[in-house]
Ligand binder design. Structure first.
Ligand code: PEP
Ligand code: MN
Length: 479
């Protein structure tokens, strides 16, 4: 694929905000930011906690808690993302729509290690095919809060309407009034589960399980006999040979780059009381970081330039993502970048477009033109999941593999035609053999969905569908 046309830098002599500001408003970038400055701004999606005292006590408890990630790791990820913005790396971000308390206890960590293995397996395929580093970011260890389009929801064929489920960190998914009451204690449970999750991931990454000397073993058992599994085995044999050859001529194959997997964790920055409580100041640089995860993103429903979520994200130094749906206007996009990345730091911003299959050519060129015109550095990532959710006649929320694949293909085609670099994908997937998305080589049908429909939020690609996507992607990108 063609390398990106390097974006023009904004002239440093002109403040990027100058021509667009409304005269009465001081530019946001000159206003004081604190970890709590979001509290004076309009906020969407904030749950109404009935017990405010309990909420404050929980915030204080979390403020004293241990960080999950460190500033240096966030900066290292930013550097990798800067490479992706220049066309020198590819990003794969993936995991559950929402983590849950129930699944954590049910599988003894197997769901976590399987999803991790799957993402690593996909990244090995892509790395091998693209001859380029692949940055691995999991949607995990903190992906608990869910934005909802409606504050109330009904169960299928029932009259009773209850407050919407907002993710295990906020309330319960059970369909009772009591479960739906936001409970601050849930934040602590989510925090503890996140720390245990990142600990397991770090153990798997550095403890030998993902050593490329054992590349054939980095494969989920139930996909080995599928055609995707066999294709992976071919890649693995090639990698084995390459390592053996390196060793034969005395090149280092023993580096930690071969023995360990580098990964990062991410989630939507939605529940601001939680994010604020885990925000820490780096003692050396004085910069603030969200320590709840390496990479945080703004959801499509909470990216208002004058809203609380944007305000919080403005002051943290982590690399961040912005979900870009069809309703994002060029003006808002520019304002967001002015607020969130006034110095145009490379690697800081990943634009995650999610517009739906068949709609990419209508939406993406405008985003790209805006970014080119303004001379901004961004990573372009494609979320082919959230614009392609539908409900079947039998009431299952699903996604069609062909639509997911189509959105990815359209994303690549538009970038190709505009001379920009398609830098990554953002996927909802699981290492489990679930039946939540239809289609793919397994030809799952609407009828099959009921067999193993386990998500309590959005439908995820199962391991074989995810590998199929990675395979198609690596073939497409090689051409
Ligand atoms: C999500 O990523 O789970 C999500 C809710 O996405 P979006 O904000 O793009 O709708
Ligand atoms: Mn989702």
């Amino acid at each position: 694929t063609a390398l990106p046309v390097r974006a023009r830098r904004a002239s440093p002599a002109v403040h990027p905000l100058a021509p667009r500001m409304v005269a009465t408003e001081p530019p946001r970038t000159t206003r004081l930011w604190t970890p709590h400055s979001w509290r004076t701004m309009p906020i969407k999606q904030l749950p109404k906690y009935p017990d405010q005292k309990a909420l404050r006590e929980m915030e204080q408890r979390l403020e004293r808690s241990l960080p999950l990630v460190f500033s240096g790791e966030c900066e290292a990820l930013k550097e990798l993302l800067a490479k992706a913005s220049r066309g020198q790396a590819f990003v794969i971000q993936g995991g559950d729509c929402a983590e849950s308390f129930k699944e954590f206890d049910a599988y003894g960590g197997k769901n976590i290690s399987d999803t991790f293995t799957l993402v690593i397996q996909m990244s090995i395929m892509l790395m091998y095919a693209l001859r380029r580093p692949v940055v691995k970011i999991l949607r995990a260890a903190g992906q608990f809060a869910k934005p909802r389009s409606s504050p109330y929801e009904k169960k299928k064929n029932q009259e009773l309407s209850l407050p919407s489920y907002r993710g295990d960190i906020i309330n319960g998914s059970g369909f009772t009034q009591e479960e739906r009451i936001p409970d601050p204690e849930r934040m602590y449970k989510a925090f503890v589960q996140s720390t245990a999750t990142i600990n397991l991931l770090r153990t798997l990454a550095s403890g030998g399980a993902l050593d490329l000397h054992r590349v054939h073993d980095i494969s989920l058992k139930f996909v080995r006999e599928t055609s995707q599994g066999r294709k992976y085995a071919q890649y693995a044999t090639d990698i084995d040979n390459a390592i053996a050859f390196m060793e034969a001529i005395g090149l280092q194959s023993d580096s930690y780059k071969v023995r360990q997997a580098e990964f990062y964790v991410s989630h939507e920055s939605l529940l601001l009381p939680y994010e604020q409580a885990l925000c820490r100041q780096d003692p050396i640089t004085g910069k603030h970081y969200a320590t709840s995860g390496h990479f945080l993103w703004l959801g499509d429903r909470t990216r208002q330039p004058d809203g609380a979520h944007v305000e919080f994200m403005r002051g943290i130094s982590n690399p961040i993502g912005i979900k870009c749906g069809p309703t994002l206007t060029p003006d808002d996009l520019v304002q967001l970048l002015d607020i969130l990345n006034p110095d145009n730091e490379p690697g800081r911003i990943t634009l995650i477009t999610r517009v739906g299959a068949g709609k990419v050519a209508d939406n993406l060129p405008t985003f790209i033109e805006t970014i080119k015109r303004e001379g901004r550095d961004v990573v372009w990532s494609c979320d082919p999941c959230h614009g392609n959710t539908e409900t079947t006649a039998s009431g299952f929320k699903t996604r069609r593999f062909e639509n997911i694949m189509q959105e990815v293909t359209e994303f690549f085609a538009v970038h190709e035609s505009m001379g920009t670099y398609p830098g990554g994908v953002h996927l909802e997937l699981t290492g489990q053999d679930v039946t939540e998305c239809v289609g793919g080589m397994m030809e799952l049908t609407d009828e099959d969905l009921k067999q193993r429909y386990e998500t309590h939020c959005d439908p995820r690609l199962n391991a074989s569908q995810a590998l199929e996507l990675a395979l198609k992607l690596s073939e497409e990108m090689q051409n």
